[in-house]
Write a protein that binds this ligand. Structure first.
Ligand SMILES: [Zn+2]
Length: 368
């Protein structure tokens, strides 16, 4: 079972409740059985998700719908049935499945064409999400590669269409939803920044991890500071062109004088780690631009980390191929979490062709 399946399953643990009205219970129990429904919907705390909602660059009404959907608070047939408003939970669009939130906004067969039009959402179709909150978590965790704003607008349009279809008929088709959503997003961003009316819309540029070209490797590094311990953490991950993990490392060191020095030390550790694993063709990538620029300059007299840079360059001189790249933080998340992991456990933790379970999901997100 891969981690996405695991993730989708693990959050779906329900408890049972007892009823009081016997006749109704028999009928409702039949429905529970028929549709394999949970008796109590488990609410998620969703702390990180709340932050993600607030960062969505979409109209407020759309944020609000997404928030309600994640909290099972939109009037799907299943939610109405739980409140004893309707008798049937069967999805009117496909007639075969219970219309709960995840079905209405994502899983319904009628929506397949929307998701199959994009490679990333098409890949997500392979996985079964127990509820909408789990799907959202996945989207927010992979937002370096997924356009969460666009998906939020699409979810909203699907819900609008579903409601209009019931009331008076909707004048746009499912196939049109993606292009309409793009249009709405564009209009929203123009309206938000009127001073830029004369400029063409900027292409959506997102920081994300990109695999190296075979036979080279990519080595991501990052540092973390643990002021309370008077220590810092170094995180390194080496991956091949398929995104497979060759090695990973988390190391705790005494706290240096500056954040940039921690980053420089992380890079030096990354080069040493690659050498230890007999890797001599690699790109070393970090999210501290000042360090990458110093490495690219070929020498440094920086008062804080100049010596570490020169050390790193000396180490790298033995490589057949070596270059230094900068990536935004979202493209460097695995190294970031490895550096954070150095806070606890042994001073040096190394994984060869494996990765700690709690970091594996982020590795998977990078290659989605
Ligand atoms: Zn359906």
């Amino acid at each position: 079972m891969d981690w996405i399946q695991w993730y989708a399953c693990i959050v779906c643990m329900f408890s049972k409740r007892s009823g009081t009205e016997e006749d109704q219970i028999i009928k409702r129990t039949d429905i529970y059985k028929k549709w394999k429904l949970p008796h109590v919907i488990r609410r998620h705390k969703g702390g990180t998700r709340v932050v993600a909602y607030t960062q969505l660059q979409v109209p407020h009404k759309i944020k609000h719908l997404i928030w309600r959907a994640a909290n099972e608070a939109i009037p799907t047939l299943y939610n109405l049935w739980r409140r004893r408003v309707v008798q049937s939970v069967s999805c009117p669009a496909c007639n075969s499945v219970c219309e709960d939130t995840i079905h209405a906004l994502w899983g319904c067969h009628a929506l397949k064409s929307i998701w199959e039009a994009d490679e990333l959402t098409k890949k997500l179709l392979k996985y079964k999400f127990s509820n909408f909150a789990d799907l959202l978590d996945m989207i927010f965790k992979t937002q370096s590669s997924m356009d969460s704003d666009l998906l939020a607008v699409i979810f909203w349009m699907i819900w609008e269409k579903r409601n209009n279809d019931r009331m008076k008929g909707c004048w746009y088709s499912h196939q049109e939803i993606r292009s309409r959503a793009l249009q709405l997003l564009h209009e929203f961003s123009v309206a938000k920044s009127p001073q830029q009316h004369h400029l063409p819309p900027a292409p959506a540029r997102r920081a994300r991890w990109l695999p190296p070209i075979s036979p080279r490797y990519k080595v991501n590094y990052d540092g973390a500071i643990f002021k309370d311990l008077g220590a810092a953490g170094l995180g390194v991950i080496i991956r091949d062109s398929e995104g497979c993990v060759i090695g990973a490392l988390a190391e705790r060191i005494p706290l240096p004088i500056s954040v940039a020095t921690v980053e420089a030390l992380a890079c030096r550790r990354a080069i040493q780690f690659a050498k230890d694993l007999s890797i001599y063709e690699a790109t070393f990538e970090g999210d501290a631009e000042i360090v990458t620029n110093a490495l690219r300059a070929g020498t440094s007299n920086h008062p804080e980390f100049g010596l570490v840079i020169n050390d790193s360059l000396a180490l790298a001189s033995g490589f057949r191929f070596c270059n230094f790249a900068h990536v935004k933080r979202l493209g460097n998340l695995v190294a970031h979490f490895l550096a954070r992991k150095a806070k606890s456990g042994n001073v040096l933790q190394v994984w060869i062709e494996s990765i700690p379970d709690d970091i594996a999901p982020i590795v998977s997100c990078d290659i989605l």
